[in-house]
Design a protein around this ligand. Structure first.
Ligand SMILES: O=C(O)c1ccccc1N[C@@H]1O[C@H](COP(=O)(O)O)[C@@H](O)[C@H]1O
Length: 219
């Protein structure tokens, strides 16, 4: 099965094109005011048009209100909503039913018992996303460039569909793929030249590293 690759936190045409041109299956937009990657629904909506038929557009929100979700969905017409806050299973079900869109629910992982939190979301969220717990003092629930121990994913039920995220980059993606063999990967700060500044060359380099790792595992 093909590996899903999401490039998240895009906000410029050049880097959006780099993600699509290199074969991203998913492109993500951050709608969180405290993030250096925060983008307006209008800008994301304009960029998103180019992804139609080429990649899934994912709107990333953090405990968003109904009004904010309404504005995002209207302007962006996303293919998927990523809920990266403390949304309950009931809230996930409500959002999914209201917008008729698949939902990816994010979980913060540091140790094996953190996976217990996914149980009430199984059969509710369409996909799960595993990110590292934010470093102390961070105002961001994601996009911190922090990793967790990928070996913990070995204990996961094989039927769980998920994306691996948190601190991925061109240097470590080979190890991550070998260690966890995830169905999908999600990267944000690892393809930036500064916080919030995506870099087309780093995006290309990341895809090259993914291809090299895939070639090695096929040999
Ligand atoms: O990237 C952000 O600023 C962000 C803000 C709020 C919620 C989620 C955010 N990003 C998500 O974080 C992970 C991985 O980030 P990184 O590669 O470690 O920088 C990814 O799922 C993004 O969607």
């Amino acid at each position: 099965m093909a590996l899903d690759i999401k490039i998240c936190g895009l906000s410029t045409a050049e880097t959006f094109d780099a993600a699509l041109g290199n074969g991203a299956s998913h492109v993500g937009f951050i709608f969180f005011a405290k993030s250096p990657r925060n983008v307006s629904p209008e800008i994301a909506g304009r960029l998103r048009q180019a992804a139609k038929g080429r990649a899934q557009a994912v709107a990333v929100t953090v405990d968003a209100s109904d009004a904010f979700l309404d504005a995002i969905v209207a302007a962006v017409e996303p293919d998927m909503l990523q809920l990266h806050g403390k949304e309950t299973p009931e809230r996930v079900a409500e959002v999914k039913a209201h917008y008729g869109l698949p939902v990816m629910k994010a979980f913060s992982i540091r140790e094996a018992q953190d996976f217990n939190a996914i149980e009430p979301y199984r059969g509710v969220a369409d996909r799960l996303l595993f990110d590292a717990k934010p470093p102390a003092g961070s105002e961001l629930p994601g996009g911190n460039g922090a990793s967790f121990d990928w070996r913990l994913l070995a204990g996961l039920d094989a039927s769980v569909d998920y994306m691996l995220s948190g601190g991925l980059n061109a240097a470590n993606i080979g190890d991550a793929l070998r260690c966890a063999a995830p169905p999908g990967i999600d990267i944000s700060s690892g393809v930036e030249s500064a916080p919030g500044v995506k870099d087309a060359a780093l995006i290309e380099n990341f895809f090259r590293a993914v291809r090299a790792a895939s070639d090695r595992s096929a040999a």
